[in-house]
Design a protein around this ligand. Structure first.
Ligand code: 13P
Ligand code: SF4
Length: 347
């Protein structure tokens, strides 16, 4: 082991010795040193989502965080290249906000079931159905969908974004469960129009109403109330944390629901005997590494197949081979960036 690899291995081991076996740490430390050298050579910044696997998460990113955090970092960076260790819609958001930079996504397969659940034409059809009703779009969508929207939101600021509109009707896309969770917290009713059945403009009716869409996260939709009850039967005082992409029944049966950053903060600041995080399992590892004295439970039979395509090996190749470059047509970019920028201004 040369000196640089030894230093990287020591740094990773200090965090990860209880989470990642030594044999893997040695290999990953070598790759991390190679990545960091190329990163400096190419004047690049690496952004890592909270779902990245622990060896990657604790070695190569300059910044880690949730979608909101990372979009802010992407907007602020003066580096030439942004490597996004996350999924395509996140890398696209970086390109929207900082268009002169080269944005690289290490895997072509890093999609998202929510982003795939809705098209720009669907949004245009909904706007025709509910004229004048503002459209709030979750950042887990592609640029052409954001371009049709008034403002974006993340799981961390969805309620603040809806409140900022000062209105009693909102089209909230595309996550059925995030919309349901936000509507319940705000005391709004929620409806799900069927575009095929209702081609003409629709009266929404009285009262505060959210118009939703039946998109779902293929990961979070799988957690059930029965999962929570079963874990509670085994660990009666466990604190259960659920991402707001879980169903409203699941978030109601949990002790806390919030964005990936909010869940990390909750574990750090509380004192339960065990924690169960209902979200991508790697994040449980990353929290365990940061809080070695805390007992983390996770249901790793449920994984995000998209986030998990991002490896350190692919990140190295992204920098070596300049791949996969994210491009967004300029007319779409300008309109989509406006929706994201409006969200960032709210905070
Ligand atoms: P956060 O914005 O909470 O990081 O969530 C992103 C995501 O894709 C959750 O599945
Ligand atoms: Fe998309 Fe769900 Fe994966 Fe997040 S966890 S990237 S919402 S499929």
């Amino acid at each position: 082991m040369n000196q640089q690899v030894q230093a990287m291995y020591d740094k990773m081991r200090a965090k990860l010795e209880k989470v990642v076996p030594d044999v893997e740490l040695r290999i990953k430390a070598e790759i991390a040193v190679e990545i960091n050298a190329l990163k400096a050579e190419r004047n690049a910044v690496i952004l890592g989502h909270n779902y990245m696997e622990p060896a990657l998460f604790y070695s190569i990113p300059d910044f880690v965080g949730d979608s909101l955090d990372l979009s802010r970092k992407a907007a602020q960076t003066d580096k030439d290249v942004i490597v996004f260790c996350g999924v395509r819609f996140m890398a696209e958001t970086a390109k929207l906000l900082n268009p002169t930079k080269t944005v690289l996504l290490p895997s072509e397969k890093a999609g998202c079931s929510l982003a795939a659940s809705i098209t720009a034409q669907d949004v245009r059809d909904l706007k025709a159905l509910f004229p004048g009703v503002p459209v709030v779009t979750y950042v887990n969508t592609y640029a052409d969908v954001k371009a049709e929207s008034d403002i974006c939101c993340t799981s961390g600021n969805a309620m603040a974004v809806v409140q900022s509109l000062n209105t009693d009707k909102v089209i909230f896309l595309p996550d059925e469960y995030l919309a349901g969770n936000v509507a319940r917290k705000m005391g709004w009713k929620i409806i799900f129009p069927d575009l095929a059945l209702t081609p003409a403009p629709l009266p929404v009716g009285e009262g505060k109403t959210m118009i939703g869409w039946r998109g779902r996260c293929e990961v979070h939709e799988k957690f059930t109330v029965n999962d929570i009850q079963t874990v509670r039967a085994q660990f009666p005082d466990v604190a259960v944390l659920a991402h707001p992409e879980c169903s409203p029944d699941v978030t109601a049966a949990s002790d806390f629901s919030g964005s990936t950053n909010a869940m990390i903060k909750y574990v750090k600041e509380s004192t339960a005997p065990q924690y169960l995080v209902l979200t991508e399992c790697s994040m449980g590892d990353n929290i365990a590494a940061e809080n070695p004295q805390k007992d983390m439970l996770r249901l790793c039979m449920i994984r995000c197949p998209h986030m998990n395509t991002i490896t350190m090996e692919d990140t190295l190749n992204a920098l070596k081979l300049n791949r996969y470059v994210i491009e967004v047509p300029e007319d779409i970019r300008v309109r989509a960036a406006r929706s994201v920028q409006r969200m960032i201004e709210i905070g």
